[in-house]
Design a protein around this ligand. Structure first.
Ligand SMILES: *[C@@H]1O[C@H](CO)[C@@H](O)[C@H](O)[C@H]1NC(C)=O
Ligand SMILES: *[C@@H]1O[C@H](CO)[C@@H](O)[C@H](O)[C@H]1NC(C)=O
Ligand SMILES: *[C@@H]1O[C@H](CO)[C@@H](O)[C@H](O)[C@H]1NC(C)=O
Ligand SMILES: *[C@@H]1O[C@H](CO)[C@@H](O)[C@H](O)[C@H]1NC(C)=O
Length: 371
């Protein structure tokens, strides 16, 4: 119908015979493409029930369950949320939001390796909390020989600790325990260590600070691939204008859209976080906060449904608390990448991302060399 009426309209202009033929050809081509896509679509669609154990009706029924029963720990909700393997492996009872608040709440976990007296012994002003995968021993050793080995900066005690989840094997566990005996800087909790579970790790870090280290004035969550300019960080924290409470700063993330592309590492299902944008938060590579916040964040997290983007989740907890992240006095000190190495750039920054543990060692040596 559409094609025919278009053909008529086109061919009524008698004096444009050639144009008419070209246009008809074009219209037919478009129509052909369109029909092919429709056939392809139906072909795909009809294959789906074979690939997927759920039939179309089941999907409808499950989406009905999502709407009517929410996230109160139903296994099929998580399966429905996406085909992503990651989410499918997340089982129902571990996401039992109703009883233990939700999967990321630290009350669901306990410490396997711990340093319970570390803070009372060191009395640190600043604690650097480093989430790291159990196998990343090179990253830990690079940090131990660089910024993690600075026990005092501008006369203030600094402590660095590493946070890991489960190793996934007795041999790896033995190695980790040996490393722990040697360095006394590892804290391990009993959740599955994975990228998807970083929110759990962050909340365990907050819990550890709130229960083991209330004497510290400030803490920083910092990734294991970061360079930290400790002198500059300390100058910021000791500046008279820096608040001692309800303070969190870093690389500011304003108005960030939630990623709904299922192939993305940062995909978040609408069922976990329905709004299209995140509240203002500080980028997870390295954020600094006054040490009254961990306890408040853990408490607030009971009321904030967990999702897998740890830094945005901390932002959501802060929003619940009515606390806004502060822009740093010099935002250019919290950098993502600095590009080509220049010593003067590294002398200025507080954070920047590095490429490898060896690069951290090399750059640290060069930055620290006497001039
Ligand atoms: C649909 O879901 C409800 C609630 O889980 C269940 O009782 C019912 O058997 C389901 N129906 C079908 C046809 O799967
Ligand atoms: C949630 O946890 C409680 C207590 O651990 C348990 O009794 C209940 O069966 C769990 N619910 C689901 C759906 O796993
Ligand atoms: C840490 O620094 C001290 C000197 O302050 C040095 O003796 C020690 O070897 C360093 N540790 C590492 C792991 O580099
Ligand atoms: C996250 O951790 C929980 C608790 O250990 C575990 O049940 C779940 O499988 C983990 N999820 C992923 C994707 O690793």
């Amino acid at each position: 119908m559409v094609i025919r009426s278009m053909w008529k309209r086109c061919c009524l202009a008698q004096d444009r015979d050639l144009m008419c033929h070209i246009k008809t050809g074009f219209v037919l081509l478009v129509a052909l493409t369109l029909s092919l896509s429709i056939i392809y679509f139906f072909y795909n669609f009809s294959l789906n029930p074979v690939k997927d154990p759920h039939n179309w009706f089941n999907l409808l029924n499950q989406s009905y369950n999502v709407v009517t029963e929410g996230l109160s720990g139903k296994k099929n909700v998580w399966n429905f949320v996406s085909n992503q393997q990651i989410i499918q492996t997340t089982t129902a009872q571990k996401n039992n939001i109703s009883v233990h608040h939700h999967v990321a709440h630290p009350s669901n976990y306990h410490f396997i390796l711990d340093e319970p007296d570390k803070c009372s012994q060191w009395d640190p002003f600043l604690v650097l909390m480093v989430p790291v995968a159990p196998r990343q021993v090179d990253a830990r050793n690079a940090i131990r020989s660089t910024w993690g080995n600075e026990s005092s900066v501008q006369g203030k005690a600094v402590l660095t600790l590493f946070f890991v989840g489960l190793t996934g094997g007795p041999e790896a566990q033995q190695q980790l325990e040996e490393e722990s005996r040697q360095h006394r800087d590892l804290v391990q909790s009993n959740f599955v260590d994975s990228y998807f579970n970083l929110t759990i790790k962050t909340m365990v870090i907050m819990d550890w600070l709130a229960t083991h280290c209330l004497q510290a004035s400030y803490a920083m969550k910092v990734d294991s691939d970061m360079y930290i300019g400790l002198e500059n960080l300390m100058s910021l924290l000791l500046a008279p204008n820096t608040p001692r409470q309800n303070y969190i700063t870093g690389y500011m993330m304003w108005d960030r859209p939630v990623i709904r592309n299922k192939n993305s590492k940062w995909y978040v299902a609408e069922e976990l976080y329905p709004e299209p944008k995140y509240p203002t938060y500080v980028q997870g590579m390295g954020y600094v906060f006054s040490n009254d916040l961990p306890e408040k964040i853990v408490e607030a997290s009971k009321k904030v449904k967990a999702f897998n983007i740890e830094d945005a989740y901390v932002g959501a907890c802060l929003k619940q608390l009515g606390i806004a992240p502060s822009s740093p006095p010099d935002p250019s000190q919290f950098r993502a990448y600095l590009g080509q190495y220049k010593r003067e750039d590294f002398l200025r920054v507080i954070t920047t991302i590095l490429g490898s543990p060896q690069q951290l060692i090399d750059i640290w040596k060069d930055v620290k060399r006497p001039t």
